[in-house]
Design a protein around this ligand. Structure first.
Ligand code: AKG
Ligand code: FE2
Length: 212
């Protein structure tokens, strides 16, 4: 029996979930976090090819990748060795409201997509807590988000994500291939040019790593 067409059940799209004030507060939290946990450019396992996004994290754990040791969660920044800054309250509250999970997220990956950045189709699969949703917040420029099913070559659907939108990958959709085809530069003024040259987009994804 074939899978249903994407997005699979458990996918939720909450357009405009956060208003401009909360969006600005979240950007301020990212900028504050980046003062101790600077954005760095991660590399793919084995090939060492750099990703086009820059990353940092909030929370007791952070997602990292490098050529030698690959994808994993670490309690400290790969370059400074300092612990990741704490998750902002607005994000913890969002998790409580939409994840349906009985324990808080342990990691929030912060991706900065400068103009020209993208993210290839992948499944978030480095978390032992396979029953917890991934909750994602978009800030800044619009992006084309693509979501398929549980096989890499299956049908996909795409949608434009705007600043303040929330996406939940829960239920069957938790194991869906997804990625970002492109961002649309200049479609938002939220990200300050002084910190994020060219603007672009920030995506925050909260994850539970260890089972509750
Ligand atoms: O930027 C996005 O909307 C998705 C990011 C993502 O899939 C990830 O960080 O694993
Ligand atoms: Fe992902």
């Amino acid at each position: 029996m074939d899978e249903p067409a994407p997005p699979l059940p458990g996918f939720r799209f909450l357009p405009g979930h956060f208003d401009r004030t909360v969006q600005s507060d979240l950007v301020a939290a990212v900028i504050e976090a980046a003062a101790t946990a600077p954005f760095w450019r991660p590399s793919m396992p084995r090939t060492g090819q750099p990703l086009s996004v820059k990353m940092t994290n909030f929370g007791p754990l952070g997602w990292v990748t490098d050529q030698a040791r690959g994808y994993r969660y670490e309690p400290a920044h790969p370059e400074t060795g300092a612990p990741w800054p704490p998750l902002p309250t607005a994000l913890l509250d969002l998790w409580t409201a939409v994840s349906g999970y009985p324990a808080p997220p342990e990691a929030c990956l912060v991706n900065w997509y400068a103009p020209g950045s993208r993210m290839g189709l992948h499944v978030d699969s480095d978390e032992a807590a396979t029953d917890a949703a991934v909750v994602s917040v978009s800030l800044g420029d619009k992006a084309r988000f693509r979501i398929g099913g549980t096989t890499r070559r299956g049908k996909t659907a795409s949608m434009v994500l705007s600043s303040g939108d929330v996406v939940v990958l829960g239920g069957a959709s938790r194991r869906s291939y997804h990625g970002v085809d492109r961002i649309y530069p200049g479609t938002s003024t939220l990200l300050p040019e002084t910190v994020f040259p060219g603007g672009g987009r920030i995506n925050l994804t909260m994850r539970r790593v260890t089972p509750a």
